[in-house]
Write a protein that binds this ligand. Structure first.
Ligand SMILES: [Zn+2]
Ligand SMILES: [Zn+2]
Length: 91
C-alpha cells in the first residue's frame, strides 16, 4: 500500500492511501495508462494491464495495448482482412 500526502484545492491536506493509485508497468516504471483491449471476462471490460509510455503501443489515439494484445490486434486485423498498418510507436 502506498500513502500520499495531497493538497486539497482550496486549502488543507489529506493523506490518501491506496493499493491501486500507483500502478507500475511490467518494466518497473510508473504506469501512465492501461491496456484498452476488450476482455469480456474482466469486470471493467478491458485488459487494464498497467503500461508506461515506453511500453505501450497505440493503434489509435487514446488507445493503448500491452505486448500481448498488440499480437492479438495483429491477428484480429489479419482475420478481418484489414491491411496491417504501421503501428504508431511512442518516441
Ligand atoms: Zn514499461
Ligand atoms: Zn492487454
Amino acid at each position: 500500500m502506498t500513502c500520499d500526502f495531497v493538497q486539497i484545492p482550496g486549502g488543507g491536506t489529506a493523506i490518501v492511501c491506496s493499493t491501486r493509485r500507483r500502478q507500475r508497468c511490467a518494466c518497473g516504471r510508473p504506469a501512465t495508462r492501461l491496456c484498452d483491449w476488450k476482455v469480456a471476462s474482466k469486470k471493467s471490460g478491458t485488459c487494464d494491464v498497467p503500461l508506461c509510455s515506453q511500453c505501450t503501443t497505440s493503434p489509435a489515439r487514446d488507445k493503448d495495448l500491452c505486448a500481448t494484445h498488440v499480437a492479438a490486434y495483429a491477428d484480429w486485423q489479419a482475420e478481418h482482412g484489414i491491411p496491417q498498418q504501421q503501428l504508431e510507436l511512442p518516441a
